[in-house]
Design a protein. Structure first.
Length: 284
């Protein structure tokens, strides 16, 4: 087995965790290969780009936190290989174990004592008024939000070509079940089990209380666009990155990606266990 490793060099303790993971993997006979910046962290030469790393690995380990995982998913190019998150700190929603559990993680890889959680990805197109398009992939969400003017923006949403609503709000989020624990949750959206075949559309600070979150089938195509008078461009992001300005006549087309993320889970590291820990719910 070869494990590809992507580490966040900005995360305190990342180099120490990386060295320990490599040592633990070697101890059970598993080879490590490294993404370019990760290789530099420990003085290795010949690191690989994200897509090449995924192609040459049997499994990819991402060292950092949930934010590091979101960036890694994009860089790995929609790989079908299992992806494991090693959180440097407490357990996150997207991570398989903490940095204090890398020995347990290595043993699980050796014995095959793990499973995977299939996570929906979003395929997103920003279509300009002139017909030009840019493509993006998201694990959590796509967001269309007001720009820098501070005024509440007008946003139009449609589902399968039918008008859903015209919103007066700071923004509009289209999230996967995985993303339901992120920005959508902070905006008042519901928690959704990762295996549910749905998207959730959540307005951010809507002008009227009647504009609520809506859960829709993930087989639909959701389209977002600015409407009405605009003082300036609106901002579009996926997973908190790739900030793009949208102008009148531009639109965002969101649908389920043909590929999924296969998120590695160790025994006892379920979505519900993460909810109990992160949200301080009572459990046995």
């Amino acid at each position: 087995m070869k494990v590809g490793i992507v580490a966040n060099p900005q995360k305190p303790g990342a180099q120490r965790t990386l060295s320990r993971l490599v040592e633990e993997l070697a101890g059970v006979g598993i080879a490590s290969i490294f993404e370019e910046n990760t290789a530099k962290m420990i003085g290795h030469e010949g690191g690989l780009g994200g897509i090449e790393l995924a192609e040459q690995s049997d499994l990819v380990a991402v060292l950092g936190g949930d934010g590091t995982m979101l960036h890694a998913v994009d860089r790995l190019g929609g790989t079908s290989k299992p992806v494991a998150g090693v959180n440097i700190g407490t357990l996150g929603f997207l991570t398989s174990c903490t940095d204090g559990e890398v020995g347990e993680f290595a043993s699980a890889l050796k014995t095959g004592n793990y499973d995977t959680s299939r996570r929906t990805l979003l395929s997103v197109s920003v279509v300009r008024a002139n017909g030009e398009a840019e493509q993006f992939t998201a694990l959590n969400e796509a967001v269309l939000a007001r720009g820098q003017t501070g005024r509440v923006g007008g946003l139009r949403a449609s589902v399968n070509g039918e008008l859903l609503n015209r919103y007066r709000a700071d923004g509009l989020i289209v999230a996967t079940p995985t993303g339901s624990t992120a920005y959508s949750l902070s905006a008042g959206g519901p928690l959704i089990s990762p295996s549910a075949g749905v998207f959730v559309i959540t307005p951010v600070c809507p002008h009227t209380l009647s504009q609520r979150s809506l859960v829709v089938d993930d087989g639909v195509v959701v389209e977002l666009a600015p409407y009405g008078e605009m003082d300036g461009p609106m901002s579009f992001t996926v997973d908190g990155r790739d900030i793009v300005e949208l102008h009148q006549g531009d639109r965002v087309v969101i649908e389920k990606s043909p590929t999924d993320l296969h998120l590695l889970r160790l025994p006892g590291r379920s979505f519900y266990a993460a909810l109990r820990q992160k949200l301080n719910w009572r459990g046995g």
